[in-house]
Ligand binder design. Sequence first.
Ligand code: FRU
Length: 498
Amino acid sequence: MIYKLNILCVYLLITTAAAAQQATYKELYRPRFHFSPAVNWTNDPNGLVYFKNQYHLFYQHNPFGNVWGHMSWGHAVSNDAIHWKHLPLAIPEERDTMIFSGTCVYDAKNTSGLGTTSHPPLVAIYTGHVEGKNQSQCVAYSNDEGIHWTKYPANPILDLHKKDFRDPKVFWYEPLKYWVMALMYPVEHEVHFYSSDNLLRWKELSHFGPAGDTSGVWECPDLSRVPVENESGTYKWVLQTSQNASMQYFVGEFNGVTFTPESTETTVMRPDYGLDYYAAITYNQLPAASKPLAIGWVNNWNYANAIPTSPWKSAMSIPRELTVRKEKGKWVLLQQPVASMRSLRLPPYHFDTKNISEKEQLLGFTSKQCEIEFVIRPGTTNKSGIRIAAGLGHELEIGYDAWKGVLYLDRGKTAVQDFSPEFSRLHLAEAPVQLKEGKLRVRIFYDNSIAEVFVNDGEQVFTMQLFNSKREDQLVLFSHGGSSVFESFKAWPLRSAW
Ligand code: FRU
C-alpha cells in the first residue's frame, strides 16, 4: 500500500511539474498579478499561514483535471503575498477521502506532539469528505516546513457523523492560551466554536447563527481580530461566512468562548458586492504589527466549472488588509489591497481634471493590466464612471448611479459570455455607497480577466470576472444625464508578478 502511495506521489509530482512547464502565464485570459495554479482547477484558499517570513497559500485543487474533483491541497509560497512560487502538491486525496477546505497553524510549542520542541510542526486541520457519506475533521502535519505532509494516523479527530460539517478555521487565542476552531454546520447556518489544548481533542464552546443571509448553506467561517482604524491598540472581531455565491460579515466581540455581534443593522454586510468572491479566509500568525490579510476565491459556483480558461481554472483575489471603522453608528469592514501591490506600479498616466458632460471621453491609455485611481464628483448626473476592457463594441462598465445611490459593475457588454447561461444572467452587481463631501474615491485593479474595485478606502469592494480578447483594452470615462468632474485621475500599468 505504501509502495502504491509512493508511486502516486511521484506521479503527481512529475505530472504537476511537467504541466507547470506548459503554463506560460501569458495565456489569453491569464491574470498576471493574481495567484492562479499553473494548471488545473482551484477553488477555496486553504491553510493561510505566515511562517518563517513566508506567506503560505494552500488551495483546493484537482491535480488531475480542470474541473472540480479529486480535491487535494495545492501549495505555493511568497515573500510579499504577490509573487508566488509553486510547491509540490501538499495533501493529496486519499482513496475515497477528498481533502476539503481547512486551516494551517505553526504549532510553535509542539502542543500536538506531532513534531519536537526543537522542530515544531506545521499542522493542517481540514475536512475529510467521503462522497455521499460523512464529513469529519482531520489533521495532517509537516516536519519539513510544509513540503511533505503526513496524515495523522488516528484521523478523524472530530466526527459527529454529519453529512455537512466542514471548513475548520483554527487560531491561537492568547488570553485563554488555547486553540480555537470555528467550524461550519452548513445546513443549520451555524458557526460552532471549539477549543483545544493540543489541536487533536476538541471541546465545543458555543455557536453563532443563523443570522443575516441564510439563503444558501453556510461555508468557510473565518474569525479574525481586526484593528479599529486610527485607534491604535483597539480591535473588533470580524466573523465572515460564505453562502450562495456571496459572503457576509459580522463585527463584534469574541471572548474566547462566544462571538457576540455588535452590528445592529438588518441589512446584510458583505465583504464583496461583486459576483466573483467567495470562501475568503485570513492569514494565521502574521507578524504582530501586520493587519489581518484575507484572500478569497475569484469565481462563482453558478458557473465556476464552465469558465473558458485553460490550462487552469480560477484564481485568488489580491490579498486584502483589513481594518474596521464606525460609520454613522455602525461597524464597517475596510479592505485595502496588500501594500506590496504598489511594487508592481510602472510610471503612471495622468489625466487632467475635467468636466465630463453628456459624453464619453476615450483616454490616451490602453491596458489590460493596470491600477486606476480617481476621485469623481458625480453631481446630479444620472450615471457616470469608467468603462474598461473597452473596444470592438464591448466593455465592462463601472459606474455610480446617482438616482439609486449605488456603485455598480455591469459586464453585460463583455465579449465572451456564451460558455454559461448563468454567467450572462448574472452580469450586474451593485451596492449602496456614500459620497464623502460629494465625492467618491475609486481604485480599480484590472488584470486581464479579473477586475477588483475598491470604493472609499475599501468600504465596498467588488470582484468580477470578464472574458474578452487582447484588443479590448481601452478606457473610457463617461457621464450620462448631466455633468461629472473627474479629479486626480491616474492609471498605472502594472508589472506581471509571474
Ligand atoms: C466552498 C466549498 C467548501 C468545501 C470546498 C470543497 O467553496 O464548498 O465548503 O470545503 O468548497 O471543494
